[in-house]
Design a protein around this ligand. Structure first.
Ligand code: FE2
Length: 221
């Protein structure tokens, strides 16, 4: 996974195809980096679920709301509102909490502290409300989460959990969410005129990737 600086000024189809490919590569690299579940101890499995819950439960809707506040195009607003409606109406934070309880992995103070610094970096990035970078980060997030669900479900099952709702729902709905968010990204990119809006386009993606790695391996903070 390498860092890059995308000095885009005039969005066109070839650029968005290339960015789509970059996001796909980022997701593939991160999935390939995950430790083999067979080699994790029970404590390591619990820690991953607990840190994942500490980050996702209280932040996902907040970050998606940040994306909503940042975007200017009607197309992006409609896509993001649909996503938020599903999160709130179906109480995804509650689903997340039930998943953690069933796996005996309720986050502790230490779990929260283990991801504090990298979580704060993503929060501060979201607070800048940089539309294209933030929507690209959320596209990467949804795309990764959808494919991470099998791994997460495996961890929970090995912890003796029978709870499947969270991983089943997110293994399916996040496919459409990822496609929708990439369309939202394209709509926002088409509105940009200032080159500074698209410099370091992957900034949020890289901060979030570091946080996800910190969720999986606490010592990486
Ligand atoms: Fe969700």
């Amino acid at each position: 996974m390498t860092s890059r600086s995308s000095g885009l000024t005039v969005p066109d189809l070839s650029q968005t195809v290339s960015i789509d490919g970059e996001i796909e590569r980022e997701i593939n690299d991160l999935l390939a980096w995950l430790p083999n579940v067979d080699q994790l101890s029970a404590d390591e499995r619990r820690g991953i679920i607990a840190r994942y819950t500490a980050v996702l439960e209280g932040n996902f809707i907040y970050w998606m709301t940040g994306a909503y506040l940042a975007v200017a195009s009607e197309q992006a607003r409609v896509i993001i509102v649909d996503n938020l409606l599903e999160e709130v109406r179906d109480c995804h934070p509650g689903m997340m909490r039930r998943f953690a309880i069933a796996a005996n992995a309720i986050p502790t103070d230490s779990d929260a502290q283990a991801v504090y610094r990298n979580l704060m970096a993503v929060r501060l990035f979201v607070g800048r409300l940089s539309a294209v970078r933030l929507v690209l980060m959320m596209t990467f997030f949804e795309g990764f989460l959808q494919r991470f669900m099998t791994y997460l479900a495996d961890l929970a099952e090995r912890q003796g959990s029978q709870e499947r709702e969270y991983t089943d729902v997110h293994g399916v709905c996040d496919i459409a969410h990822t496609e929708g968010l990439f369309r939202a990204f394209q709509a926002e990119l088409a509105l940009t005129r200032d080159p500074s809006d698209t410099a370091n386009l992957f900034e949020g993606v890289e901060l979030l990737r570091t946080l996800i790695q910190n969720i999986v391996v606490a010592q990486a903070a």
